[in-house]
Structures are given as C-alpha cells and as structure tokens.
Design a protein around this ligand. Structure first.
Ligand code: AP5
Length: 219
C-alpha cells in the first residue's frame, strides 16, 4: 500500500507510522526523521534544515521534494510506503502526484489523525526522543521509558527536540493550519481521506487506522 499520514504536530503520526509500517510490511518514510538524521550527521542539508526547523517553518520545497523523492525511489519502497510529514503543502502534494503518475502508481489512502489542540500541546511538552534514532519516541507520562532518560530500544540518551519549545510549537501549529491543512481538501477531492480520531490509547488508534485501511482496500 501507499499511504500518507497527516495531522498536526504531536498528533502521533510518528508513533502510529512505526506500528502501521511494521504491520503492513512497508517502510516508514518521515521527512522530519530524515532531516534530523542529516542534522546529527552535520551534512549541508542538515545545516540548512535546522535553521528552518528551529524556527518552526517548513524547509524549502525544492530540497524537501528532492530528499523525499530520493527516499521513495530506494528498492525497499518499490512495493509501497507510509509517508509521515510529507507532503506538507499543496505544492509538495502536486509533486508527489507527478512522481506517482510518472511510475503509473497511485496512493491508496490518506489518514488524517484528528486530535484537539490542547492535547497536542500536552503530547509535545512531554515527548522525549532518542539521540541515536529519532523514531524511538517516548512521553514522560503517557509512555515513559523504563529508565528515566534512557531509550528502551537501544540505550541511547533521551532528549527534548529543539523545536518542541513553547514558541516554536505555536509557530508549527500556525504553519500546519495555513499550509498543511489545505492538502486534506486536495486529497478529499481525490476521495482518499479517512479521518481517524486519534485520542485514546496508542493501540486503539492503531486499530482504527488499520480498520480504515481495510475499508479503503475493499473499495
Ligand atoms: P516532523 O518531525 O514531521 O514533526 P511534526 O509534523 O511537527 O510532528 P511531530 O514529530 O512533532 O509529531 P508526531 O505527530 O509525529 O507525534 P509523535 O508520534 O512524536 O517535522 C519537524 C520539522 O521538520 C517541521 O516543523 C519542518 O520544519 C520540517 N519538515 C518535516 N517535513 C517537512 C516537509 N515535508 N516539508 C518541509 N519541512 C518539513 O507523538 C507525540 C508525543 O505524543 C510522543 O511523546 C508520543 O509518545 C505521544 N503519543 C502519541 N500517541 C499518543 C496517544 N494516543 N496517547 C498519548 N500519547 C501519545
């Protein structure tokens, strides 16, 4: 399957994407994780991305689209992928459509994770991620690591993302409403959107997402 996950910052996209990708046997492609890997390796792309990310803005489309395209063209993504954080505006959605059209393939579904704003603020404030791998995600109250400050998966140090400060989160939410939400209508026009209530236990949200994908598959 080829799936896009949409939702505000802190909605649980990364958390759900890891589980859904495992369940469906497809790679989880997160542009945020790709940028963070570039930042920790101190690449030129990482240096460029960091200045935009720390301010809560989107990284420019040209570099983002090129990076996402390159990742989607890796052999492991031939049979499908789960996109998390891409596309993030209509221009990126159009670029993705062009890429898929050129290969004569289509998206199967767009899952829109719905969470009230006060909850995303709580989720982001308590989030801690691993220095070794930013897809290892914890929450100080909702899903605490067994040993405080230490990743359960690989033993790496847990830290708070630079862009999770209160001011930057406010800016990221503003950018989400103005630039990313319009892609929901873009995909509704293609009949692809499944709205997933994303409050409640992580397992429950995964079950709702898998049920929605089954409905989409049966169409
Ligand atoms: P990105 O890394 O994509 O961040 P985001 O979209 O803001 O989303 P988050 O990672 O903050 O949240 P999430 O929805 O994945 O939530 P999570 O699962 O961690 O992007 C960061 C930046 O990179 C952007 O601002 C931009 O600058 C740049 N960028 C990335 N892609 C780009 C693009 N395409 N174009 C341009 N720029 C781009 O969960 C949050 C917390 O809640 C965790 O602690 C988790 O444990 C907890 N949690 C999850 N689910 C539940 C639940 N059901 N109940 C209780 N707690 C839960």
């Amino acid at each position: 399957m080829r799936i896009v996950l949409v939702g505000p910052p802190g909605a649980g996209k990364g958390t759900q994407a890891t589980r859904l990708a495992k369940e469906l046997g497809i790679p989880h492609i997160s542009t945020g994780d790709l940028f963070r890997a570039n930042i920790s390796q101190q690449t030129e792309l990482g240096k460029l991305a960091k200045s935009y990310m720390d301010a809560g803005n989107l990284v420019p489309d040209e570099v983002t689209i090129a990076m996402a395209k390159d990742r989607m063209e890796q052999p492991d993504a031939e049979g499908g992928f789960l996109l998390d954080g891409f596309p993030r505006n209509v221009k990126q959605a159009e670029a993705l459509d062009e890429l898929l059209d050129s290969e004569d393939i289509k998206l199967d579904a767009v899952l829109d994770l719905e969470v009230p704003e006060e909850e995303v603020v709580k989720r982001i404030a308590g989030r801690r991620i691993c220095r070794n791998d930013s897809s290892h995600v914890f929450h100080v109250s909702y899903s605490p690591a067994k040993k405080q400050g230490v990743c359960d998966v690989c033993g790496g140090e847990l830290y708070q993302r630079d862009d999770d400060s209160e001011d930057t989160v406010r800016k990221r939410l503003e950018v989400y409403h103005s630039q990313t939400e319009p892609i929901i209508d873009y995909y509704k026009a293609q009949g692809l959107v499944q709205t997933i209530p994303a409050m409640g236990a992580v397992d429950e949200v995964t079950r709702r997402s898998l049920d929605a994908l089954k409905r989409e598959d049966g169409k």
